[in-house]
Ligand binder design. Structure first.
Ligand SMILES: CC(=O)N[C@H](C=O)[C@@H](O)[C@H](O)[C@H](O)COP(=O)(O)O
Length: 227
């Protein structure tokens, strides 16, 4: 079975830790990822070469990315070709990168990142924000498109996922569409599959206990103000 087929109709869990989280070290993140696999995750999405290398040993496909900020560029998800190569060397079977059409640091072209993924034996997942960006990514050779960056490139971040974009991409893109970004409920996950999603990625709602705690705390009459 190829990697895309292995995640078809299934859940992928993104295991990433925010800066202040006590889960940032590889050991804790591997425990989180192993729990996700035990719970039924058919794939994992991981940030950083060390985490990706560890996740590969858990026996499910790994979508790897590197978050790296560069002054003057808004692109921080796998900005460069060298990041792609580092991820394929770490064993990522799918490499995810920003494909929003915003200028990359150093002026690197999306097609070069796609080629680097393929040279390393991986599929390329285009993290997009719009249908136009998805179509351009497919033209550049992307193997999968994900709604990952919808809601993060203009205006305030919405509360819920962009299920409508899943539908638009499914109707117009000839590659698997991955629903990702702000999925918090089973109803939202089902809605994404109804709109044609190939797989759904859930991150924060499963793998970020800090955020989960904060959401419950904020529902209390006296939420702590420093959290
Ligand atoms: C926008 C951005 O940087 N997204 C990142 C992409 O890898 C991660 O921070 C998200 O956690 C991931 O996309 C899963 O989404 P959610 O955590 O909402 O389920």
């Amino acid at each position: 079975m190829n990697v895309a087929d292995a995640i078809r109709g299934r859940l992928v869990v993104s295991c990433q830790a925010q800066d202040r989280s006590p889960f940032t070290d590889t050991g804790h993140m591997m425990a989180m990822a192993a729990a996700a696999v035990l719970g039924g995750a058919a794939g994992l999405r991981g940030q950083g070469v060390a985490h990706v290398r560890g996740m590969v040993d858990l026996g499910v496909p790994v979508v790897g990315l590197v978050k790296r900020s560069t002054p003057g560029s808004p692109v921080y998800i796998t900005p460069g070709e060298a990041d792609v190569t580092a991820l394929t060397r770490a064993g990522a079977q799918i490499v995810a990168a920003d494909a929003t059409g915003r200028p990359r640091p150093g002026g690197e072209k999306l097609a070069d990142l796609v080629a680097a993924a393929h040279t390393g034996g991986a599929l390329f997942m285009a993290d997009v924000d719009t249908l136009d960006a998805a179509l351009a990514a497919v033209d550049a050779g992307a193997d999968l498109v994900g709604t990952t960056l919808s809601g993060y490139t203009a205006g305030p971040v919405p509360d819920g996922p962009d299920v409508a974009l899943v539908g638009r991409l499914s109707r117009h893109c000839p590659v698997p569409v991955i629903a990702e970004g702000r999925y918090r409920t089973r109803t939202q996950v089902s809605a994404a599959f109804d709109e044609g999603a190939w797989a759904v990625v859930v991150g924060t709602a499963i793998s970020d206990p800090v955020n989960t705690t904060r959401r419950f705390a904020q529902a209390c009459p006296h939420p702590r103000l420093d959290s």
